[in-house]
Design a protein around this ligand. Sequence first.
Ligand code: NAD
Ligand code: UDP
Length: 319
Amino acid sequence: MKKILITGAAGFLGSHLCDRFIKEGFHVIGMDNLITGDLKNIEHLFPLEHFEFYHHDVSKFVNVPGELNYILHFASPASPIDYLKIPIETLKVGSLGTLNLLGVAKEKKARILVASTSEVYGDPLVHPQNEEYYGNVSPTGPRGVYDEAKRFMESITMAYHRYHDVDTRIVRIFNTYGPRMRLNDGRVVPAFMGQALRGEDLTVFGDGSQTRSFCYIDDQVEGIYRLLMSDYTDPINIGNPHETTILEFAQEIIQLTGTHQKIVYKPLPKDDPLQRQPDITKAKEILGWEPKVGRAEGLKKVFEYFKSLTPEELHDKEH
Ligand code: NAD
Ligand code: UDP
């Protein structure tokens, strides 16, 4: 039985990856310090014989007993409000955390896949973004703590690959949504859904002309799975190229949820990228992957999830 370590296991993406690898017949070791995650996302796995959980901060030395075949490094705050609140932890987990896990991969001769992001392209001057684009990131701006940590993550991962022959993979994840996102993590999907369900107005930042391209979680997990099982070692974009402006997106959510609330405008956060759309030519050609779930279908599923939360969860602003 193959053994896989998944960091960030109690988070949104990490918990879905745990589910997928359990389903594929792996022994899964989840690791998380719960700084932005929630054990509720993985509690259904606790009774399973082939699931273990370590409560641990991966920015500190990581020790995993026994053999290990694969590592997925997904631990990191991922929403702008999270990484602005905990900037040093964000820098540490992208840098020291990645260093620690590459060390584990080297020692165990395990294949490691690290979770990079479309944020490495910053506020992009090339559209759509392909993997050859170097990006437009402000190292000292507020988002720099996340973007530069991820850029460092990619550099050190390639260095371990080139100089220590570690078997590495790098996925550049574009905006992904689905069940288990934290309602109040500030990202636009839970933000708009939460506002609609609580009967609050939807807050569009700026004039709403900035664009994003949203990928449903099942498609993202499939792309990550295929990349891990491939022999491709350069960074690769995984995302859904169907682009929308945030204003159109707010209108779509109003229609879907049937809320009678209106749209209100708030200032655009500094360095908020004005456009984002993945070029997925490589993922199609190399992994034979492309997204299957359209936005209308995906949003319906995630709305069902948010509707199933208790009134306490829905109104808990801290979580
Ligand atoms: P999330 O906040 O739901 O999950 C992150 C998890 O990592 C949380 O459970 C948190 O407690 C854990 N964590 C953070 N620092 C840690 C540390 N030092 N030690 C151990 N655990 C730690 O976020 P997510 O959306 O699931 O993102 C997961 C990964 O995917 C992140 O690396 C993020 O950068 C990347 N990513 C996500 C998206 C997206 O759209 N969801 C886009 C690009 C990249
Ligand atoms: N956004 C918004 N209202 C909100 C939350 C976010 O208009 O309540 C905007 C935000 O400014 C950005 C887009 O939605 O332009 C996506 O934001 P998110 O935080 O989800 O992802 P990221 O900016 O990291 O792509």
